[in-house]
Design a binder for this molecule. Structure first.
Ligand code: HEC
Ligand code: HEC
Ligand code: HEC
Ligand code: HEC
Length: 221
C-alpha cells in the first residue's frame, strides 16, 4: 500500500512543481482554466500580457503587450491611521494588473497581435465574467474597478521607520525575506501579494496565507 502511495506521489510531483501560468485562470485560451472569461479562437497563453517584439513601454513592464491607459486615475485608499507616504497614483506593480482588473480595457486588447506586427483584439469574448466588449464585467469576483478605497493600500513607499513597532524593517534589496515583496524594491503594490503566473496558493498569492503568514511578512500584529 505504502509503495503505491509513494508511486502516485512521484507521478503527480512534476505536476505540482511545474504547474505554470497555462494551468491558471490567467490562461484565457479556453474555458478549461478561465471558466468564465476566455477568448474563442485564441491559442497563445503569454500573449495577453507579453510580446517578443514591439512591447508597450509606457509602464516599463517586462515586454508588456496589454493595452494601458495612462490617463486613467484611481481613487486611492485613505485612512487617518496611515503613517507611510502614499503616491497620488499606483506604480507599475499595480498598473499592469489594473490594465485588466479595473474593467476599463478589454482583456484581449493587445499592442502586438500574434503573427502580425499590429495592435488589435485577439479572439472574441466568451464567458459570463466578460462584457460584450471583452472587458471584465463588474459582476466578476475578479473586478477591482478604479475605486481602490475598499482594497489593501497600494502605491505606498514602504518605510517601517515611519511606524516603528508595527512593521517589519525592509530595505527591498534582496529577493529573500524580510526584504521580499516590495515592488521595484520600494513599494507595496498588487505584486507584493500576488504572482500572476502561479496559482498554487489560489488567488495568485505569492505564498500560503494560512495563519495570515503573508500579512505578517510586513505587519507586526
Ligand atoms: C495575466 C498576465 C500574464 C500572463 C498571461 C503571463 N505573464 Fe509574465 N508577467 C506578468 C506580469 C504582471 C509581470 C511583471 C512585469 C513587470 O513588473 O515588469 C510578468 C513578468 C514576467 C517575466 C519577467 C519577470 C519574471 O517573473 O521572471 C517573465 C520572464 C514572464 N513574465 C514570462 C511569462 C511567460 C513565458 C508567460 C506565458 C507562459 C507569461 N509570462 C504569462 C503577467 C503575465
Ligand atoms: C490580460 C489581463 C489581465 C492581467 C494583466 C491580469 N489579470 Fe488577473 N485575471 C484576469 C481575468 C480575465 C481573470 C479571470 C476573471 C474571471 O473569471 O472572472 C483574472 C483572475 C484573477 C484573479 C482571480 C483568480 C481566481 O482564482 O479566480 C486574481 C487574484 C488576479 N487575476 C490577480 C491579478 C493580479 C494581481 C495581476 C497583476 C500582477 C493580474 N491579475 C493581471 C485578467 C488579467
Ligand atoms: C497586501 C496584500 C494584497 C495586495 C497589496 C493586493 N491583494 Fe489582491 N488579494 C489578497 C489576498 C490575501 C486575497 C485573497 C482573499 C481571499 O482569500 O478571499 C486577494 C484576492 C484578490 C482577488 C480575488 C478577489 C476575490 O474576491 O475573490 C483579486 C482579483 C485581487 N486580489 C486583485 C488585486 C489587485 C488588482 C491588486 C492591486 C490593485 C491587489 N489584489 C492587491 C492580497 C492582496
Ligand atoms: C508588502 C507588505 C505588506 C503586506 C504583505 C501586507 N500589508 Fe497591510 N499594509 C502595508 C503597508 C505599508 C500599509 C500602510 C501602512 C501605513 O501607512 O501606516 C498597510 C496598510 C494596511 C491596512 C490599513 C491600515 C490603516 O491604517 O488604514 C490594513 C487593514 C492592512 N494593511 C491589512 C493587511 C492584511 C490583512 C494583510 C494580509 C492579507 C496585509 N495587510 C499584508 C504593508 C503590507
Amino acid at each position: 500500500m505504502r509503495k503505491y502511495t509513494i508511486t502516485i506521489f512521484l507521478l503527480i510531483l512534476p505536476i505540482l512543481i511545474w504547474a505554470g501560468v497555462d494551468q491558471t485562470p490567467h490562461n484565457f485560451t479556453s474555458s478549461t482554466y478561465s471558466k468564465n472569461a476566455y477568448f474563442v479562437g485564441t491559442r497563445q497563453v503569454c500573449v495577453f500580457c507579453h510580446t517578443h517584439h514591439n512591447g508597450n513601454q509606457t509602464l516599463g513592464a517586462a515586454l508588456w503587450n496589454h493595452e494601458t491607459n495612462e490617463t486613467q486615475t484611481y481613487t486611492m485608499y485613505s485612512s487617518n491611521t496611515m503613517d507611510m507616504t502614499q503616491s497620488a497614483q499606483p506604480h507599475k506593480g499595480s498598473l499592469v494588473c489594473l490594465s485588466c482588473h479595473d474593467g476599463t480595457i478589454a482583456i484581449n486588447s493587445l499592442n502586438n497581435l500574434p503573427g502580425q506586427e499590429q495592435a488589435g483584439l485577439y479572439g472574441s469574448p466568451g464567458g459570463s465574467n466578460l462584457d460584450g466588449s471583452g472587458r471584465l464585467a463588474a459582476s466578476s469576483h475578479a473586478f477591482v474597478g478604479t475605486d481602490l478605497t475598499d482594497d489593501h493600500p497600494v502605491g505606498i513607499t514602504y518605510d517601517a521607520s515611519q511606524d516603528i513597532g508595527n512593521f517589519q524593517a525592509k530595505t527591498g534589496n534582496s529577493a529573500s525575506y524580510p526584504d521580499r515583496l516590495l515592488s521595484e524594491g520600494l513599494y507595496v503594490e498588487c505584486s507584493s501579494c500576488h504572482n500572476p503566473h502561479d496559482n498554487t496558493f489560489s488567488n495568485f498569492l505569492v505564498e500560503d496565507n494560512s495563519g495570515s503568514q503573508l500579512c505578517l511578512r510586513c505587519h507586526i500584529k
